[in-house]
Design a protein around this ligand. Structure first.
Ligand code: NI
Length: 173
């Protein structure tokens, strides 16, 4: 396993529609393992393939936050939403590609997703609360959408300007 560098917004690769996985190969397995390690190291609760520069429909997540509760690393390949609740939920979201910026985003409180597991088998589950928010946030990434795209234009451009500045400072070293 290895930690992969996470792309920072703005980056054209974060705005792309990602391609579905055809067959779940060992290369996909390696990518998922690396992404989980990268996510836990960051640390974060979710990470999508485009964030490590791979334009493929795959994300990982683990929203377990109770101390002492065992981790639940999940890998979702070709995920799709099959149902959403009428009820909405607002969470303060952040993103590993937009470090240290947070904003409230309202999304359906519960979402049922269907995806392929690493064994190539179809899985389906209803997510609630933080899990539902995270799953929707990560699915957005696969469609080139960031959480700041849910905000107003002024707030979005303010955050983007901060990220441009951060990247410039990082490049300077
Ligand atoms: Ni994100």
């Amino acid at each position: 396993m290895s930690i992969r560098p996470i792309l920072i917004h703005p980056d054209p690769r974060l705005k792309k529609l990602c391609a579905p996985v055809g067959t779940v190969t060992s290369e996909i397995g390696k990518l998922a393992e690396d992404m989980l390690e990268t996510m836990y190291d960051a640390p974060g609760v979710g990470l999508a393939a485009p964030q490590v520069g791979v334009l493929t429909r795959l994300f990982v997540m683990d929203c377990v936050k109770e101390e002492g509760e065992p981790p639940r690393p999940m890998v979702l390949i070709n995920p799709e939403i099959v149902a959403t609740s009428e009820e909405k939920n607002t969470y303060e979201e952040g993103c590993l590609s937009i470090p240290e910026q947070y904003a409230e985003v309202t999304r359906p409180k519960r979402v049922t997703m269907r995806w392929l597991g690493l064994d190539g088998k179809v899985q389906e589950e209803e997510f609630d609360g933080l899990w539902a928010t995270c799953a929707q946030h990560e699915l957005d990434h696969l469609n080139g959408k960031l959480f700041i795209d849910h905000l107003g234009a002024i707030k979005r451009s303010m955050i983007t300007r901060k990220m441009v500045k951060l990247k410039r400072e990082k490049a300077r070293g």
